[in-house]
Design a protein. Structure first.
Length: 255
């Protein structure tokens, strides 16, 4: 069931989104060569704690997961596309890192992700991240009243494919509101003019994922959560929570 949010609810979701934005900013600032993924998770926990927010990631267990998720961020490094579990791995110069973070505050959820390089970046990684960000911007630009879900999907996929990158099969964005995952699903590739019409009050988490090799296949790591490219190529993931309004898309997790 799709719930359209009132303007008051969207304002409240913006407050939650600001917490997510602060957490991601703090994690990005803390990420450096030698810092562990567990330490980055603790940075995000501190931001949530200070804001009086909880994490919709911590303890989350969808049907595919062998265990509940044990952290407040997903930390995916290099060939990990999404859902990486923070552990004792210490960041190395040139690592490509994707951080996904959520918050729950006042009964409303927020969800956002960033990708960046630690230390000295490879030009190929910079291009990959820039393409993911352009795809996100294109998806947000298409998120207007009168368009359809397929218009968002087509905008994202067009940017990714024109750059020669892969779009992992079956993964994309989602509705968000009282819970982190709500209807509808928002594919990262699709046909324009198809799918559910976009109406004022619909709130979506739009999240492109791209793989450098151009391939769409992946596999689950032994932890049952982390998704990795099959060929070891690098991946990037970016995301914003976006409200569709009569005045245009409103980014609720802007940093």
């Amino acid at each position: 069931m799709v719930e359209l949010k009132t303007d008051t609810a969207i304002d409240a979701m913006r407050v939650t989104g600001q917490v997510v934005g602060r957490a991601l900013t703090a994690v990005r600032e803390a990420a450096d060569v030698g810092v562990s993924l567990l330490e980055l998770d603790e940075v995000a926990r501190g931001v949530l704690r200070e804001a009086g927010a909880t994490s919709p990631f911590l303890g989350y267990r969808p049907s595919f997961a062998p265990v509940p998720f044990p952290a407040v961020i997903c930390a995916s490094v290099n060939d990990a596309i999404v859902h990486g579990i923070p552990d004792g791995y210490r960041l190395r110069d040139g690592d490509l890192v994707s951080i996904d973070c959520g918050a729950q505050l006042g009964g409303w959820a927020g969800d956002s992700a960033i990708s960046f390089v630690v230390g000295t970046p490879r030009p190929a990684d910079v291009r990959l991240i820039e393409t993911a960000e352009r795809a996100l911007a294109a998806g947000i630009e298409a998120a207007v009243v009168g368009h359809r879900i397929g218009d968002i999907a087509h905008a994202i996929g067009s940017v990714c494919r024109s750059a020669g990158y892969g779009v992992p099969d079956g993964f994309g964005g989602h509705g968000i509101g009282r819970r982190m995952h709500e209807d509808p699903s928002v594919p990262n590739e699709g046909r324009p003019g198809r799918g559910m019409p976009l109406r004022h009050g619909l709130v979506l988490a739009i999240e492109p994922m791209v793989t450098a090799s151009g391939r769409d296949d992946y596999h689950a790591a032994p932890d049952g959560w982390t998704l990795r490219t099959n060929d070891g190529s690098r991946a990037a993931h970016v995301e914003h929570t976006v409200a569709i309004t009569a005045d245009g898309p409103r980014i609720l997790t802007a940093r």
